[in-house]
Write a protein that binds this ligand. Sequence first.
Ligand code: XIL
Length: 378
Amino acid sequence: MRKQRFTFQYIILAAALLLTSACSTPQPAEKTLKEAFDGKFLMGCAINVDQSSGRDVVADSLIVRHFNSIVAENCMKCEKIHPLENEYFWDDADQFVQFGEKNNMVIIGHCLLWHSQCAPWFFHDEKGNLVSADVLKQRIRDHITTIVTRYKGRVRGWDVVNEAIMDDGTYRDSYFYQILGEEFIPFAFECAHAADPDAELYLNDYSMAKPGKREAYVKLIGQLQEKGLHIDAIGIQAHAGMDYPDMNDMEQTIQAYIGTGIDVMFTELDINALPNVFENGNENAAVEERFEYEQRMNPYVNGMPADSLQVWNSRVQGMFDLALKYHEHFRRVCMWGLCDQQSWLNDWPMPGRTNYPLLFDRNYRLKPVMQKYTMTAH
Ligand code: XIL
């Protein structure tokens, strides 16, 4: 009887000791995002003017804490920075660059040539007719030279040409293409390199996992290289959804781009959590395509259900795992915005939806899914 009590006391003591030691074992400290991917790739965030101006204090503290690179969500696009032929608007872009410098961040310029959000004057003369090839070249040269020169040595890299190729691999029928043909792309790279020979220069586009687009870009990169033009990396925008892109297709794209000898990046990563508005389940990020609001397309007003959240989590991890797998050739993973309520995907392609595409929730909390990277060595 006495022996039994003795053993029992020992068990209690041992259990108590175990419990104390478990409680006092230091838990691994949670890393910030930029710490979690340090040495692998830069962790970027697209920021808006409220953030670069310091008006969005809560967002700013998170951006500074978690990211080591920023890109301008809108303020460097042609319609904003160069609204009239003889008028540049620098205030917002200057503030964006100052924000990055103040916080020791790698600053990325987006974007020099893009068919969308381009100022209307760019392609027309005073009578409203399309300008000649020579005039357009002169305008492109002035635009690129003026902007790149202003931020020379301060902006690390530029999206020189954004979204020039269609999903089937043909050239987009933009005014740039209509007036200059394929030549507008090498010409833009030439102008950007002349303005800042040390700047990194990139192509950038969406739907990159699609074979037609992938092949067209591999060919285009080869043509730029053959001409001896400077190109450092290609940006895979990575506007993804719950069932696109297919991760094997995405991996093939990454491999194909790496095979050309340049680096890759996810430049505008977000995962659309809502039903796909495009009829054929299309992966799309064409900002000019828009739909009327429909209630059935906005199912998660009060939060995502657990099964959808699980799918969403695995999609995010799928993208980060790919970046980690190819980290030697991955320069940057950049989120297209900080937190869910600020994402463009609440209003595109359908206005007024409640979306959950980013890494920080509506309460500015980092989503638990990222603990796979912030809590472990990988
Ligand atoms: C989006 C911005 O996030 C929105 O605020 C704006 O109204 C439209 O453009 N591809 C790009 C980005 O290259 O510039 C776009 O950004 C999203 C799709």
